[in-house]
Design a binder for this molecule. Structure first.
Ligand code: DC
Length: 218
């Protein structure tokens, strides 16, 4: 049997900081990174462009299965079109959360995610990395923070790209998204039984990275 490359999974709700932490941990280790949320965002974006109804499970799964995506130099190209910023919008995130509730879409994206597991290792960020996609990962992190703290972080991120929204609206949207992601029947967001839970509400990015790295060194 060929030895599989090691994986660290970082799961958690929207705005918990897992994307930032995953990138920094991957950089420190020199490992690959999988931002699995991007695949759900791309599926939602492509479905909207192709006018596929979010009730059409087979249509959505077909979109997910045939995503023509290229990741190059920090840019994301969908069917040759640059969508790096467009898929980061709050609307696309909300649409991705709806598409992600479809079991056929999740099934269609499974192998594509597993293909990222390559030497020397992978840091996989998402909602079901430790519970479904990489169940055998030796280190699983579940990162969270209060809804208010997560909304504040999101507000700052959006401000940086010139988007202004109210904090109240963001808190409401984050709570709605949490509710949908945690209570769906397919791969709901929850910590894996063997996950290490970290609440980052009162921690700096550096403190979280250092805490994660300690577990990897063990
Ligand atoms: O991490 P993100 O905000 O980019 O993810 C967008 C949506 O995709 C999120 O609301 C839930 C879904 N998602 C998922 O269901 N499973 C994953 N592994 C990653 C994201």
């Amino acid at each position: 049997m060929t030895q599989q490359a090691p994986v660290i999974t970082i799961d958690g709700p929207a705005g918990s900081g897992k994307g930032t932490i995953a990138k920094l941990v991957a950089k420190k280790l020199g490992w690959h990174i999988l931002d699995s949320g991007v695949l759900y965002r791309l599926t939602a974006y492509a479905a909207l462009q192709k006018n596929i109804s979010f009730d059409d499970e087979d249509g959505l799964a077909q979109v997910a299965r045939t995503l023509d995506v290229v990741f190059a130099d920090g840019e994301i190209l969908l069917e040759g079109q640059k969508v790096t910023e467009a898929i980061r919008s709050q609307e696309c995130g909300n649409a991705a959360s709806k598409v992600a509730a479809c079991g056929k879409v999740r099934e269609a994206l499974l192998q594509r995610q597993r293909d990222f597991r390559q030497a020397p290792g992978l840091v996989a960020d998402g909602r079901d990395m430790g519970t479904v996609v990489f169940k055998d990962a030796p280190v699983k992190i579940y990162l969270t923070a209060s809804a208010k703290e997560r909304a504040k972080r999101r507000l700052n991120q959006l401000k940086e790209i010139g988007i202004n929204v109210s904090l109240t609206r963001l808190i409401r949207e984050i709570e709605e998204r949490d509710d949908r992601d945690m209570n769906r029947s397919e791969a709901p967001l929850k910590p894996a039984e063997d996950a290490i839970c970290i609440d980052s509400s009162d921690m700096s990015i550096e403190q979280v990275v250092n805490k994660v790295i300690v577990f990897i060194d063990k």
